[in-house]
Unconditional design. Sequence first.
Length: 172
Amino acid sequence: MKDNKNAPKGLGALLNKSDTLIAIFLTLIIAFLWFETTKFEKVPDLFSNNIPPEMFPQILLIIILGMVLIIPFEHLFLKKSGKDIDSSRKKPVEISTIGTMVILSAIIASSQILGAALTIIAVSISLPIYWGERRLIVLISYIIGFPLFVIVLFNVILGVHFEPGLLDLIQN
C-alpha cells in the first residue's frame, strides 16, 4: 500500500477549505434572509387563506441551505469518480460569466421599475444575444415563448399575479 504524504489529513480530508468558506458565507446570507422573513407584515392576497407570508421564502431558504451544506463535502463525491475538484479552479473566471452576472444584476436591480413581465422579457432578450445566439428563428421563438410560458403558468394557471411595474403606467 502506497503512503500519500500530500493527502490532507484529519478535518482537511473531510472538508474542502475553499468550499467550506463559501458554504459558511452562503449560510450567513441565508441566516440574514431568514431574519428578514420574520419582519414580513402584510399578508399577500395569494397567501391570505393558506400559509403565512414568510413560509414560502423560508421553505426555499431551507432547500438552499440543504444544498449549501453539501458543498464542503462535494470533493469526496467527485474523488470517488476520479475527479479533482480543485483542478479546474486554477483557471480564472471567464469574461462571459462575469458579463452574465453584470447583465442579470442590472436587470434584477431595475425589476422594481420594470415589473416582473418586463424583467422576464429583458432577461430573455439580453442573455441569449450576449451569449452569441444569432439564429433569428431560435431567438424570436425564445424571446416570445419563454416569457409567455412563465406569465401564463403563473398568472393564468397558478393565479399568482406579478407586479406590473412600467406596464401599469402604460395602462393608466
